[in-house]
Design a protein around this ligand. Structure first.
Ligand code: YYY
Ligand code: MG
Length: 151
């Protein structure tokens, strides 16, 4: 049995709800494999969001993401990447409140920037983002049981 992993980040605006959000994560069947509370420097936030460099919202995104502590979690479940993206909801929390009222961004976010949560969007970004926060963790799918196969 192979368990997919993804990176979840509780952003500065939602860190005061971190315990509650972690409960929701486990209630939704995810295992929390690693957890770290850190405050990113603007340079580190820029690295994490490098794909958005040059966009209008990039400078304010970096200011926001480095404005206070965040909680990074490696969470695991079958189809963890898409399942976590689904649970957090649309990027814009204002839209989430309309179309996905039960999503975490609807519950904890404010607008298109302060949206409370991050989730990796693909296997490649999950691997990269897990390594960014947890450089010592094993990135390969973890195997439970005795048969060893790779992707
Ligand atoms: O992956 P996701 O977080 O749902 O959205 P992205 O399009 O990758 O944008 C990353 C991040 O940038 C988003 O979570 C908030 C911020 N952002 C913004 O501040 N303003 C926008 N118009 C779009 C995104
Ligand atoms: Mg994204």
């Amino acid at each position: 049995i192979y368990v997919e992993r993804t990176l979840a980040v509780i952003k500065p605006d939602a860190v005061h709800h971190a315990d509650e959000i972690e409960d929701i994560i486990t209630q939704n069947g995810f295992s929390v494999l690693h957890k770290r509370k850190v405050q990113l420097t603007p340079e580190q936030a820029s690295e994490l969001y490098s794909e958005h460099f040059g966009k209008m919202f990039f400078p304010s995104l970096i200011t926001y993401m480095s404005s206070g502590p965040i909680v990074a979690l490696v969470i695991a479940k079958d189809k963890a990447i898409s399942s976590w993206r689904e649970l957090i909801g649309p990027t814009n929390a204002l839209i989430a409140k309309q179309s996905h009222p039960d999503s975490l961004r609807a519950k904890y976010g404010t607008d298109d920037q302060q949206n409370a949560l991050h989730g990796s969007d693909s296997f490649t970004s999950a691997e990269k983002e897990i390594r960014f926060f947890f450089p010592d963790s094993i990135v390969e799918p973890i195997s439970i049981g005795d048969s060893a196969k790779s992707y």
